[in-house]
Design a protein around this ligand. Sequence first.
Ligand code: G4P
Length: 526
Amino acid sequence: MSELKKEIHKRRTFAIISHPDAGKTTLTEKLLLFGGAIHVAGAVKSNKIKKSATSDWMEIEKQRGISVATSVMGFEYNDHKINILDTPGHQDFAEDTYRTLTAVDSVIIVVDSAKGVEAQTRKLMEVCRMRHTPVMIFLNKMDRDGKDPFELLDELEDELKINVCPLSWPIDSGQRFKGVYNIFEKRLDLYTPSKQTITESVGLKDINSPDLEKYIGGSLASKLRGDIELIEEVYPHLDIDTYLKGEVAPVFFGSALNNFGVKELLDCFIQIAPYPRPVEAIERVVNPEEETFSGFIFKIHANMDPNHRSCIAFVKICSGKFERNVNYKHVRLNRMLKFSSPTAFMAQKKETVDEAYAGDIVGLPDTGNFKIGDTLTAGENLHFKGLPSFSPEMFKYIENADPMKSKQLQKGIDQLMDEGVAQLFTNQFNGRKIIGTVGQLQFEVIEYRLLHEYGAQCRWEPISLFKACWIESDNADQLADFKKRKSQYMAKDKDGRDVFLADSNYVLMMAQQDFKDIKFHFTSEF
Ligand code: G4P
C-alpha cells in the first residue's frame, strides 16, 4: 500500500451529536483521555454553552471563540488518527452542526437512556439519513435509572428511523447497574463507578458458563441469558456493509461519566467506522486516495475582535495531501493561493502543520477570501456538492436603521451570509431582504456584528413564514404560472435560486395539490 493510502486508511473523521445534556462533552473528553490527548478529566470545555447563558449571546460567543481550539480534536489511538469535529451545543446554532455533518465520514449519537430520543437528535439524524452517513449510538447514563433497554431500542428505531444492532447489553441499571455483556467482543465487562479508570473486563467469554452466576448472581444471570437469546433472534448480526451504507446503527450501552463502555465503543469504532469516503463534485466523484489535493470549506470561524477582521476557514481535505506553502487553486476566485500558517488541531493545541491528508481538517487563516462551500484544488476545476442549505425556522425582514450607512450594511450582510451565519432571501416582488435563522440568537448575533464590525445598524421587522421551499419542475409552463401566481411569495436565495416562502403548512399543501409537477424541497440540494 502506498504511504498516502496508508495515511488515509488510518483516519477516522466523525462528529458526536446529541440533544444538549445527553453527555456529548463528557464522552468527547473520555475519548480524548484514551488518545492521551488530555490527561485529566474536566479539561474539555468544548462548545458547551452553559444553560445559564442561553439568553446572553455575548457570553455564548465568548465561549464559542474560546472553542476554536476544540472545533476539531485530533489524536492518535491504536495506530489510527482520530478527528472529532465538535458541534455547537446550543440549538440556535444547529445550522453549524448541519454543515459540520457534511465534513464527517461517520457519526456517533449520544442518547440519554433515561430520556430516550430527544428533538435535536431526531433532527440531526435526518441530516445523517439524507447523506447516508454511518451512525453508531451510545446509550449513556446507564448508572441512572432509565428506560427498559428493549424499549430504548424500539424507540431508536421508531424515532430515528434506522435499524439497530445492539453490540453490548446492560445488566440492570441505575444503582444496581452491574455492567454489560459485550456482544461485539463476546465478554463480560463489570462496572465499577469511577471517573478515570477503564472498564474491568473479567475473563468470562461464554455467558452459558456457570461462572456468570458468580459475577452477577443467579437471577441477573438468567435474565441476561434470556435477553441475549432474544436479541439474537430479533436483531440481525452486525453486517458492516449495511452499517457503512447508513442502514443499521450499532448500539453500545454505558456511562460516559464513569468511563464505562467508552473504550469498547472506541475500539469497535476504529474497526468498523469508515476511513474517508469518496466525495461527489459536480464534475466527478473524487476519491480520497487520489494523489492530488482537493478540499472544501465547511465552516468559517470569525474573530469577534473588530480590530482583527480575520477568521479561520476550515477545510475538509477530500483527496490527496495538503502541504504548507504550496499553491492551490481557489476555484470560485480562479486564483492560486498559498498558505504559510495552516493549523491543525492535535489534542487541544492549535499547531502549524506542514502536511495533512484526506480526512483531516485544516484551519486556514483568512481575511475574506472564503465562503462556505468553496473548493480548493491542485488546479482542477471542481465544485464539491453536499453543502445544502436547510429551510430556516425563523424569518425576519432586515431593514437599514441608519440611512448614511447603507453600503456598510449591504457589505456586512453579504459577508455574514458568506460565513454562513444565517440565510438571506430577497423577495422578488418588493426587493425586501429576509433573514432566515434556526433560532432567535442568530438575529442577535447578526445585529451585534453588523454594528461592531461594519458600523451598520439594522432593524428587524416581523414576517410570518412557515418554511422556505426550493422549487423545481420539468414543466416550465407550470413553473412560470406558479411563480406568477405566487409572485408575492417568491424569493431568490443567495445563489439566485428560486425559493417559495410558504406562510403556512396549509398554503404549502394547497400549492402542492394545485401544482402537481412542481417539487417543493426543504433543502437547497436535491
Ligand atoms: P452535553 O455536552 O451533551 O450537553 O452533556 P454533558 O457531557 O455536559 O453532560 C450533561 C450532564 O450529564 C453533566 O452533568 C454530566 O456530568 C452528566 N453526565 C454525562 N454522562 C453521564 C453518565 O454517564 N452518568 C451520569 N449520571 N451523568 C452523566 P451536569 O451536572 O450538568 O454538569 P457537570 O457540572 O457535571 O459538568
